[in-house]
Ligand binder design. Structure first.
Ligand code: APR
Ligand code: PHB
Length: 388
C-alpha cells in the first residue's frame, strides 16, 4: 500500500489529523493496534477548550457536540469550605465545552467512516522503517505482514507507542515529573453535584466533581500512589468525597453505584523534538499532563492544528515553513500547558512531604485567587486555552 501520511494511532490525535487531511485532499491511513470497541471504551476527561471546539467545528465535527455538550462559563475552586468562582465569561468573554473525550472519539470514527477514511484497527507489530528520510511502516493484520510506503509518518500512538522510541537517543530529549499520588476516579449514573466543575483543595487531599451529562457524573479523589481500587467501596468513596468538598455541595451530592472505578497515576512529560526527518510526534506520544488542568485532549488537538496546516501548505503550495517549524511551534504551546497543569496540581493537592510553609503558600495562592481579578484572569486564560 501507499499513502501520503501514515498515521500511527487511532485515538483523538490520529483520527482528527486523518479527517482534516482528508478534507484537504491529502490521503492517509490510520493504523490502530486495538479494536474500535476497545478504543471507544476508554474513560477520559471531558473539558474542551474553545479552540478545540472551533477546530472540531471547522472539521465538520461539531453537530453532536453542540447538541449534547454543555457550555460552561466558569469553574469553582474550593478550599476550607468556601468556593471561589472563576468566571471565564465575565473575566475574558470565554467559555469551555463539557463533552466527553469518548464522545469526541465516537464522532471522529463516524466521520472517518462517512468519508471512507482508511482506519485499520487491530494492526499488530506496527514498526517504523527508513527514517529519517525514506519512511515506510510495516504491521501484521490477521497474521499477514503488510507494508505502507508513505511521504510522512505521524506518530499519534500515545505514551506507550513506538513512534517516540524511533527517535535516536542522541536526538531525543525527555523531561518528566512524577507526582507522589494518584487519582481514584468514579463514574456514576447520578446527577452532577453542581452546575459547574468543583476543584477542591482539602487537608485530606484533592477532590474533583465533574460530569458527562445531567444523568452521568464523574468524581475523583487524590489517593496515595500505593492505593488500590479494591480498597475503596462505593460507600467509602462517597463518604470521603463529602469530607473534601464544601458542605453545601456535600449536602447536594446524590450518590449511587459506581459504573466505573479506577486509579490513574499523575505525571508531566515532554519529549523533544516533535519532529525527526519525515516523522512527527503528536499528542500523548510527545507529552503527558496531569489531568488537573484538563489539557490532555486539548494539547492533542493543538498539535493536530499545527501539523495539519503544515502538511496542507506542503502539498498545496510546496511551502515547508510549517513542517520545518512544527516542533518548535507545538512545543511552545505544550510547555505553557505543562506549566499550567503543574501549577494547578501543585495548588490543589496535598504532597506527602509538604511542610507548613508549603501549606501557607497554597493557602496564600488560593486567598490571592479569591481577592484578585488579575489572579482569576490568569487561571481563566490558561484553563480556557491559550490561542493557537
Ligand atoms: N500501534 C498502533 N496503535 C497504537 C500503538 C501501536 N504500537 N500503541 C498505541 N497505539 C494506539 C492506542 O491504542 C491509542 O488508541 O494509539 C492511540 C493513542 O491514543 P491516545 O493515547 O488517546 O493519545 P492521543 O490520540 O494523543 O490523545 C490524547 O487521549 O489518552 C488520552 O489523556 C489523553 O486526553 C488525552 C488524549
Ligand atoms: C473529567 O470530567 O473527567 C475531568 C474534568 C476536568 C479535569 C479532569 C477530568 O481537570
Amino acid at each position: 500500500m501507499r499513502t501520503q501520511v501514515c498515521i500511527i494511532g487511532g485515538g483523538p490525535a490520529g483520527l482528527l489529523l486523518s479527517h482534516i487531511l482528508h478534507r484537504a485532499g491529502i490521503d492517509s491511513i490510520v493504523l490502530e493496534q486495538r479494536s474500535r470497541s476497545y478504543v471507544l471504551s476508554r474513560i477520559r476527561a471531558g473539558v474542551l477548550e474553545w479552540g478545540t471546539v472551533t477546530e472540531l467545528d471547522q472539521a465538520g465535527l461539531g453537530e453532536r457536540m453542540h447538541r449534547e455538550g454543555f457550555v460552561h462559563d466558569g469553574v469553582l475552586i474550593a478550599a476550607r469550605n468556601r468556593a471561589i468562582r472563576i468566571d471565564f465569561k465575565a473575566l475574558l468573554g470565554k467559555q469551555v465545552m463539557v463533552y466527553g473525550q469518548t464522545e469526541v472519539t465516537h464522532d471522529l470514527y463516524d466521520a472517518r467512516d462517512a468519508m471512507g477514511g482508511r482506519v485499520i484497527d487491530e494492526a499488530d507489530g506496527v514498526t517504523l522503517h527508513g527514517l529519517p528520510d525514506r519512511p515506510f511502516v510495516t504491521y501484521v493484520k490477521n497474521g499477514t505482514e503488510e507494508r505502507i510506503d508513505c511521504d510522512w509518518i505521524a506518530g499519534c500512538d500515545g505514551f506507550h507507542g513506538p513512534s517516540r522510541q524511533a527517535l535516536p537517543k542522541s536526538i531525543l530529549k525527555t523531561f518528566e515529573k512524577v507526582y507522589p499520588f494518584g487519582w481514584l476516579g468514579v463514574l456514576s449514573e447520578t446527577p452532577p453535584v453542581a452546575d459547574e466543575l468543583i476543584y477542591a483543595n482539602h487537608d485530606r487531599g484533592f477532590a474533583l466533581c465533574s460530569m458527562r451529562n445531567e444523568h452521568l457524573s464523574r468524581y475523583y479523589l487524590q489517593v496515595p500512589l500505593e492505593d488500590r481500587v479494591e480498597n475503596w467501596s462505593d460507600k467509602a468513596f462517597w463518604d470521603e468525597l463529602k469530607r473534601r468538598i464544601p458542605h453545601d455541595a456535600a449536602a447536594n451530592l446524590v450518590t449511587g453505584p459506581s459504573v466505573e472505578k479506577s486509579i490513574a497515576p499523575l505525571r508531566s512529560f515532554v519529549a523533544e523534538p516533535m519532529r525527526w526527518g519525515k516523522l512527527f510526534l503528536v499528542g500523548d506520544a510527545a507529552h503527558i499532563v496531569p489531568p488537573t488542568g484538563a489539557k490532555g485532549l486539548n494539547l492533542a488537538v493543538s498539535d493536530v492544528h499545527y501539523l495539519s496546516r503544515a502538511l496542507i501548505a506542503h502539498y498545496r503550495d510546496g511551502d515547508d515553513h510549517g513542517v520545518d517549524h512544527y516542533s518548535e511551534t507545538a512545543l511552545a504551546r505544550v510547555w505553557k500547558a505543562i506549566r499550567f497543569s503543574w501549577w494547578m496540581t501543585t495548588l490543589l493537592h496535598r504532597f506527602p512531604d509538604q511542610t507548613e510553609f508549603d501549606q501557607h503558600i497554597q493557602a496564600g495562592e488560593i486567598d490571592y485567587l479569591e481577592h484578585s481579578v488579575a489572579a482569576r484572569t490568569v487561571l481563566a486564560e490558561n484553563y480556557t486555552g491559550l490561542p493557537f
